[in-house]
Design a protein around this ligand. Structure first.
Ligand code: NDP
Length: 446
């Protein structure tokens, strides 16, 4: 980065937030992409848009006490970072994972600003979560945790203010418990959360949206470069919500998906993943991915999740977590002839891995564009709640597809306009930024 103004912004954020490496990583990538914008738009610099954008509007941290099945009091920490509301109510998921801390929630909330802007829907950026570990907890424990979490969070959110959703560790069950507690505390039935059950305001196709959207975006990117999912071999990491529906759509588009993983290890099935089995194991029985090989003798299970990137593939879809592809994994992908990486997870590639993609002319679909289908469909859920109406699966899926096609076009157009054709990462950062920046400038110094 050569622009002194951007260097100064980055240095001041680093000084202020010394213990937040993931946030600094996400910020550095965006600031680097914005160099040509800063040169072209001194008015945005004069309005202090970037100085303001890097500081959350509000960050809330709170105690979450709950009682486990043995009658023992447990205490977790809750977070909600309301990053930017220039173009709409704060919007972003709730992550429940023991690794959660303020820096991780800030990186996710920061990325969310640009992602939500790219969807073309009126949503600001936010994110929340807790260091609570849902793994191995009973339904009763999950419910008591979710109720306690919402007992504080409810005073900070609302259908026109901040609308949380799911993320790692937060699925339909958790959203249901949180929604129930919000409704009870506020005595109102509103669309305050998305990813709700279909019987109480949820949208058809929301469950599938991030994985399906990832494949719609990726198919556009492949098409623009003379390639397609049809006949391709695909490696997917993760076996959660995003991974499962990415696997389904990639297979429907003619690809053979050969891997899935969890934080312990990965499975390789040369015949193509049997998704019905994965859904039963993960969505119904809540078991580990290694159980797959018990019923699929030709498949193998290998301990260690990073090994998934050593499997030969044409297209890689990381769908687990941040920084899951480092330089060595990216090099392994390149060496095996992988020509496209498209991100279902948030920030799954380290900066060094991204350098490897570009050095090897691989197509790179960055998370904030490629996985925006989840939040886009959450936006559609909000619209349906406001209308007190529900669209069919096909209607929502068609709108999702249109949005993903338009997101790819926005990234592609911005990359060309700013002289970086084919760099969809820069295109996503610039296109996402410009809309928010115009809104911030128009609204004055707030
Ligand atoms: P889930 O909790 O449903 O699944 C997460 C999957 O990733 C699990 O297989 C999990 O394995 C694995 N995983 C989690 N943490 C790690 C880790 N530290 N190392 C290796 N594997 C890990 O979450 P989602 O599918 O919803 O989310 C996956 C990614 O997609 C996240 O980055 C999330 O932010 C992003 N995303 C999700 C959206 C959504 O709509 N759900 C929208 C946009 C992005 P294990 O069971 O062992 O923990």
């Amino acid at each position: 980065m050569k622009n002194q103004y951007l260097i100064d912004v980055l240095e001041s954020v680093k000084k202020r937030n010394p213990n937040e490496p993931e946030f600094i990583q996400a910020l550095t990538e965006v600031l680097e992409s914005l160099e040509p914008v800063v040169e072209k738009r001194p008015d945005l610099v004069a309005a202090g848009v970037i100085d303001r954008l890097v500081e959350p509007e509000r960050q809330i941290m709170f105690r979450v006490p709950w009682v486990d099945d043995n009658g023992k009091v447990q205490v977790n920490r809750g977070f909600r970072v309301q990053f930017n509301s220039a173009i709409g109510p704060y919007k972003g998921g709730i992550r429940l994972h023991p690794s959660v801390n303020l820096g991780i929630i800030k990186f996710l909330g920061f990325e969310q600003i640009f992602k939500n802007s790219l969807t073309t829907l009126p949503m600001g950026g936010g994110k929340g979560g807790s260091d609570f570990d849902p793994k191995g907890k009973s339904d009763g424990e999950i419910m008591r945790f979710c109720q306690s979490f919402m007992t504080e969070l409810f005073r900070h959110i609302g259908a026109d203010c901040d609308v949380p959703a799911g993320d790692i560790g937060t699925g339909a069950r958790e959203i249901g418990y949180m929604f129930g507690q919000y409704k009870r505390l506020r005595n109102e039935f509103t669309g305050v959360l998305t990813g709700k059950g279909l019987t109480f305001g949820g949208s058809l196709a929301r469950t599938e949206a991030t994985g399906f959207g990832l494949c719609y975006f990726t198919e556009e990117m492949l098409k623009a470069n003379g390639k397609s999912f049809n006949g391709a071999t695909v490696a997917i990491s993760g076996s959660g919500n995003v991974a499962i529906y990415a696997c389904q759509k990639a297979t429907e588009l003619g690809a053979k998906v050969v891997t899935m993983s969890d934080s312990n290890g990965y499975i390789y099935d040369p015949n193509g993943i049997d998704l019905a089995c994965v859904k039963q194991l993960k969505e119904v029985e809540r078991k580990r991915i290694k159980e797959y090989v018990a019923t699929h003798p030709e498949a193998t299970y290998t301990e260690g999740c990073a090994g998934v990137w050593t499997v030969k593939c044409d297209i890689a879809l990381p769908c687990a977590t941040q920084n899951e592809i480092n330089k060595a994994s990216a090099e392994a992908l390149a060496k095996n002839g992988c020509y496209a990486v498209s991100e279902g997870a948030n920030m799954p590639s380290t900066p060094e891995a991204i350098e490897v993609y570009f050095a090897n002319n691989m197509l790179y679909g960055p998370a904030k564009a490629a996985n925006a289908g989840g939040v886009a469909t959450s936006g559609l859920e909000m619209s349906q709640n406001s209308l007190r109406y529900g669209w069919t699966f096909e209607e929502v899926d068609a709108k999702l597809k249109n949005i993903m096609v338009s997101i790819f076009k926005a990234c592609d157009d911005a990359s060309k306009e700013y002289g970086m054709e084919g760099n969809y990462m820069a295109g996503a950062n610039i296109a996402g930024f410009l809309k928010v920046a115009e809104a911030m400038k128009a609204q004055g110094c707030v």
